[in-house]
Design a protein around this ligand. Structure first.
Ligand code: PRP
Length: 202
């Protein structure tokens, strides 16, 4: 039986592939634009998708498992199981604004973000009035061109903030990737999912 795993493109995919290889899974060494990648023993099919679509693939059983960051998981209601934390895609979800802006003194805060659910949770947690402006990328533009007072976004190296004149005001939460599972797959493929989790946990 083959395990279908949705994984987001880019760095998470590269790190996850390294983890699979060091856990004993064998892959052809090739640079490829293929969107379905099988291991040499055909025990795993990796389905390469956009990060935001990983929960959708898992919830709809297009994939048994998904590899996705906590930043994205927390935008969804729990329709899937969270099986394992991975040391992949580690970064911070932060509030950031233009250097020297006085957002701490504002009583109405406009937040630009890819993460509207968590931005609303932030406003509620801080007991602040405000509004959330949903963008799908280049979120740093928010304060830069006066769409918003600040952003809620992931910061990894900090280079994007720095190059655009922004700085971190507050660390909201630590982000890392997780293995999530479709609930039906978890019941019908328990043995191979457990074997997979055990293999990559070492
Ligand atoms: C993410 C994030 C920041 C950047 C942070 O964007 O939204 O813009 O990476 O990384 P850094 O701290 O290492 O500079 P991504 O590259 O995913 O592109 P996007 O703007 O299209 O979402």
């Amino acid at each position: 039986m083959t395990l279908k795993i949705a994984v987001s493109k880019g760095r998470v995919y590269e790190d996850f592939l390294s983890l699979l290889k060091s856990s004993g899974y064998r892959f052809k060494d090739e640079k490829t634009r293929k969107l379905v990648i099988k291991d040499l023993d055909n025990s795993i099919n990796l389905i390469i998708v956009k990060a935001i679509d990983v929960p959708l693939y898992v919830n709809n059983a297009f994939a048994d498992l998904g590899i996705v960051g906590k930043d994205i998981i927390d935008e969804f209601d729990d329709l899937f199981y969270e099986l394992l934390n991975l040391e992949i895609g580690v970064c911070d979800l932060c509030i950031a604004s233009m250097k020297n802006s006085k957002i701490k003194e504002m009583d109405y805060l406009k937040i630009a973000t890819k993460y509207p659910k968590q931005a609303n949770e932030y406003l509620k947690f801080k007991k602040l009035n405000g509004e959330v402006i949903k963008l799908n990328g280049s979120v740093e533009l928010g304060p830069l061109i006066n769409i918003s007072d600040c952003i809620l976004d992931i910061v990894e190296t900090g280079n994007t903030l720095k190059e655009n004149g922004l700085e971190v005001n507050e660390h909201f939460k630590k982000i890392y990737s997780k293995v999530i599972a479709n609930k039906v797959s978890y019941k019908t493929k328990t043995d191979i999912i457990t074997e997979f989790i055990n293999k990559i946990s070492w």
